[in-house]
Design a protein around this ligand. Structure first.
Ligand SMILES: Nc1ncnc2c1ncn2[C@@H]1O[C@H](COP(=O)(O)OP(=O)(O)OP(=O)(O)O)[C@@H](O)[C@H]1O
Length: 314
């Protein structure tokens, strides 16, 4: 199977700054790859090179079989790209800008009007069609940018922080939109929001200092968390020392630590190597005569994993 996106050894140096230090990966149809990383990690630079908007110092990006540098027109036909920040052409109205993009994409007449109307509807731009882009709120600017990227319904989408500046409802809508398109496209998004990775990405790549530090499904990344398969337990009566010791001594338990909100404090029973602790914790609570008010299994916490992975490199 050919990959819709192939990235081979991309490098970018800005003078003495090595922004991207040799990144390679592929993305297949149906995948939504999330780029995660601290500020300055090299995410935007990698996306620009992948989209053919910045020449790499070394390496190649191939979109649907077309090298973005050698066959830029063929590659760009297959590609929608949302750069960081606001769309260019601040003086244009939303309608003017999208019509211009439709022309650039080769659509004319009724077909161009249909494409603009469709993209505007998907991003709910109806109310701002005749407003200059520079006068729009940050969220609307972002959505105009997204409409521009989707207008020709490309197989590959590269979206640099698509939900940046959107309010919670709009974030949700844009995530749904991405999720809905994912089946027959290959999509890369960058984000600083870890819950977004869970919500829309089938795969996540942690980038720091211009290199890939982790690449896996959100579940695989969560499995690296010390809270993976931990059991959170809260008793209807206070915990005595006896139960804490008993929980800590259960086979497969790595540690027991206090947790939860102060008004609903409980214990985290951390698992060794993903051990299944739920039945044993329930039994220990019963043996000690403490009624259980809450008992749940933790999947793992991406924020801790992200911190561990990116801090290790510093
Ligand atoms: N045009 C440029 N000229 C010089 N340095 C640049 C240029 N573009 C990016 N850099 C540098 O390259 C590095 C990577 O930047 P990049 O914007 O790719 O990071 P990022 O991961 O997208 O960060 P953020 O999360 O803040 O958007 C940074 O050190 C940045 O200052």
């Amino acid at each position: 199977m050919t990959h819709l996106i192939e990235i081979h050894g991309l490098v970018k140096n800005f003078g003495p700054i090595e922004a991207v230090k040799g990144i390679s990966f592929t993305v297949d149809r149906g995948e939504v790859l999330g780029f995660l990383g601290p500020n300055g990690a090299g995410k935007s630079t990698t996306m620009k090179m992948a989209a053919g908007f910045l020449a790499p110092s070394a390496g190649r990006a191939i979109i649907c079989g077309h090298d973005v540098e050698k066959e830029p027109l063929a590659a760009k036909r297959k590609l929608g790209y949302l750069p960081e920040g606001a769309p260019a052409y601040p003086d244009m109205t939303t309608a003017g800008f999208l019509s211009f993009i439709a022309q650039v994409r080769g659509y004319r007449g009724a077909e161009a009007r249909r494409r603009v109307a469709e993209a505007a509807e998907r991003l709910e731009l109806g109310g701002v069609m005749y407003q200059p882009i520079e006068t729009l709120s940050k969220g609307f600017k972002r959505r105009v940018g997204l409409a521009q990227a989707l207008l020709h319904d490309p197989e590959v989408l590269i979206l640099d922080e698509p939900t940046d500046g959107l309010d919670p409802n709009q974030k949700h809508q844009v995530r749904e939109l991405i999720h809905g398109m994912a089946r027959d496209k290959a999509i890369i998004i960058s984000t600083h929001i870890l819950e977004e990775v869970d919500a829309v990405c089938t795969r996540a790549m942690v980038i720091a200092h211009g290199t890939v530090l982790a690449d896996g499904t959100p579940g695989e990344l969560e499995a690296r968390s010390r809270y993976h398969n931990a059991v959170f337990v809260r008793g209807a009566a206070p915990f005595g020392d006896g139960i804490v010791g008993a929980l800590a001594a259960l086979p497969g338990v790595a540690a027991v630590e206090p947790g939860g909100r102060s008004d609903a404090a409980g214990l985290y029973v951390l698992a060794q190597n993903g051990a299944d602790l739920l039945p044993a914790v329930r039994e220990a609570m019963a043996e000690h005569g403490i009624p259980v008010a809450e008992l749940r299994l933790e999947r793992g916490r991406l924020d801790g994993v992200f911190r561990d992975i990116t801090a290790a490199k510093n």
